[in-house]
Design a protein around this ligand. Structure first.
Ligand code: SF4
Length: 129
């Protein structure tokens, strides 16, 4: 593993705001977020690419992107990590039509006070009513 740090974007989790719901674990395709002692944690910095797909699903606003010194994102480490734990990934579906992420890109949205996933076909109807 490369231990030389760089300045880059990475997910920050506010433990005081985290209620331990675990909703942010599945959206992280890299498996960087796991629940530890009832709180979400970035378990290894090199697994977090700072893309922030987890942010939209958090009901409490505990997740943010910050720019700080961290070890670089490591694709190979992600591949090894994901291969070790393939069954923990839960595929998401559009809350309106049920389309899964193999058939349409899904975006995290807030709707009626809930964090949901919506597909590209349903997104315009959601925006325009
Ligand atoms: S979605 Fe937010 S509140 Fe829920 S476990 Fe993740 S950081 Fe904590």
């Amino acid at each position: 593993m490369n231990t030389t740090t760089v300045t880059r974007q990475i997910v920050r989790i506010d433990e005081d705001l985290c209620n331990g719901c675990g909703v942010c674990v599945s959206p992280c395709a890299e498996g960087a977020i796991q629940m530890v002692d009832g709180k979400a944690k970035v378990i290894r910095e090199e697994l977090c690419d700072g893309a922030g797909f987890c942010l939209g699903v958090c009901p409490t606003g505990a997740l943010a992107i910050e720019t700080r010194e961290a070890v670089p994102f490591d694709h190979e480490a992600v591949e090894e990590h994901v291969a070790e734990r393939p069954k923990t990934y839960i595929a998401q579906t559009c809350f309106r039509c049920g389309t899964d992420e193999d058939h349409s890109p899904l975006l995290p949205v807030r709707h009626d006070g809930h964090s949901e996933w919506v597909c590209m076909r349903c997104l315009p109807a959601l925006i325009h009513g």
